[in-house]
Design a protein around this ligand. Structure first.
Ligand SMILES: CSC[C@@H](O)[C@@H](O)C(=O)COP(=O)(O)O
Ligand SMILES: [Zn+2]
Length: 211
């Protein structure tokens, strides 16, 4: 497959990458992004490993197959966490999968890590996940940060069954996916809003108890 055949997907992912960089969500070379190019068998573009994702270059992404193996001759290494994106594309019809490390997603993952999940309710932004009822709740699972990526992928894949979703990896980051790039970014932003709100509220409650 020539580069021209996935030009549209490349440009779409480059735009998402630029917007997430503007939010400063790629600290210390962390984060990786993926967008589907084909279905059955799945192939996708994924960020090259170890790069500063705030920079835009012609070597930002490479095409990989559904096992996360490069499909073209390249010196680039696919992201260390390619297998997680690969599971999203194999398990569902999702079109885009995003992974970022932020202080709020790490703090929430540690605060609720022992419970294995965090639940949000009475929050307008859970509607981003199609939770429309007044008493609806959004549960985001929190998994252990296994250093062994195949092990991490196994635990992650239990939750990566639908075309949209989010999983927190404890003291590591979040992976969010959706039907397309627009939806994946929307869901990621919604999650980060919920985390920031939750941490702010907890901090203020703690302070107000002392005055
Ligand atoms: C430099 S710490 C971050 C990595 O260990 C990893 O978690 C990450 O998100 C980025 O890895 P990468 O291989 O560049 O996709
Ligand atoms: Zn990571």
């Amino acid at each position: 497959m020539g580069k021209n055949e996935y030009k549209a997907e490349w440009e779409e992912l480059a735009q998402v990458k630029k917007e997430l960089a503007e939010r400063d969500w790629f600290m210390g070379t962390s984060g990786n992004l993926a967008i589907r190019v084909s279905s059955s068998p799945a192939s996708f573009l994924v960020t090259a490993s170890g790069k500063d994702k705030r920079k835009q270059t012609d070597e930002d992404f490479l095409l990989v197959d559904e096992n996360g193996e490069a499909m073209e001759e390249t010196n680039l290494r696919p992201s260390a966490e390619t297998l997680l994106h690969s599971r999203v594309f194999r398990n569902s019809q999702a079109g885009c999968s995003l992974h970022v490390h932020t202080v709020p997603n790490n703090v929430v993952s540690e605060l609720y890590g022992d419970r294995g999940e965090i639940t949000f309710r009475n929050q307008e932004l859970i509607k981003a996940f199609d939770k429309w009822e007044e008493d609806a709740s959004l549960i985001i699972p929190i998994i252990h940060n296994h250093a062994h990526i195949p092990r991490l992928t196994e635990e992650f894949s239990v939750y990566a069954t639908e075309e949209k979703g989010a999983v927190l990896i404890r003291n590591h980051g979040i992976t969010v996916w959706g039907r397309n790039a627009f939806e994946a970014k929307k869901l990621l932003e919604a999650c980060e809003f919920l985390f920031q709100y939750h941490i702010s509220l907890l901090s203020l409650k703690n302070i107000s108890q002392t005055i």
